[in-house]
Design a protein around this ligand. Structure first.
Ligand code: MG
Ligand code: ZN
Length: 239
């Protein structure tokens, strides 16, 4: 099946570039979280709120992936983070080479935490390693409450699930327990956060976890680790 072979080659090439991204981030002691969701779940708003709450404690950078426009990047920049926009011009997921190119526009030595806001899509982003340390999926109560059962690969490949828009619960038929149960059935190791970017409920627990994710040497305020040991950044280290 030639098509399968081609897809494998493309993914193998992506893995190599992702490993290079991972090495460069590790050398600068920058932790990286790949943030994924369907369109409209609130990835950009979650980043805005996180940047604002952690200002002065954690230097956050964002690689903002969108099919078109720099609207989200402008919001992140206004919140006070280093930001790079990637426009995929139609492509429905980010690939590692796009992240590698975006790193050129960031001052990694000045960053503690790098978010990659992926394209709004719960399907193919799950298959593409971007060189991140952790993957976080965002769902929201304005969506259907069957997402983990319908898109299991995304939840299986993540370490963190954020359920956003808790403030809308009184107005929607969204079974929070059902979503949590489905998600944990797919991935029992998943760390769960439920929050509302609008009301602020639950945001502090998420930010406290982000503080744990940051490389300890960065929080001590000591010199950045230049050792380049990828073992210092195991996947899922904070879970
Ligand atoms: Mg966005
Ligand atoms: Zn895609």
């Amino acid at each position: 099946m030639p098509r399968v072979t081609i897809a494998r080659n493309i993914l193998a090439a992506n893995e190599e570039i992702a490993a290079d991204v991972r090495r460069r981030l590790a050398a600068a002691s920058v932790r990286c979280i790949n943030l994924m969701s369907a369109p409209g779940a609130g990835k950009t708003t979650l980043l805005e709120r996180s940047v604002a709450r952690l200002r002065g404690q954690v230097a956050i950078g964002v690689i903002e992936g969108d099919i078109e426009t720099s609207l989200d990047a402008e919001r992140i920049e206004a919140a006070g983070a280093q930001v790079v926009q990637i426009n995929t011009r139609g492509a429905c997921h980010l690939e590692a080479h796009m992240v590698r190119d975006a790193l050129e526009a960031l001052d990694l030595q000045r960053l503690d935490l790098l978010f990659i806001e992926n394209i709004g899509n719960l399907v193919c982003p799950a298959a593409w390693d971007l060189g991140e340390d952790l993957r976080a999926v965002v769902v929201s109560t304005s969506e259907g409450d069957e997402k983990p059962a319908k898109y299991p690969q995304m939840f299986a490949a993540a370490q963190v699930l954020v359920i956003n828009k808790l403030d809308l619960l009184p107005y929607v038929d969204y079974d929070l327990a059902r979503v949590r149960g489905q998600a944990l059935a797919v991935n029992p190791e998943l760390r769960l956060f439920s929050l509302s970017c609008r009301s602020g409920e639950g945001l502090q627990a998420w930010c406290d976890w982000l503080l744990q994710v940051v490389h300890p040497r960065k929080l001590e305020g000591g010199p950045g680790c230049r050792c380049g040991e990828s073992s210092a950044h195991p996947r899922g280290h904070a879970s």
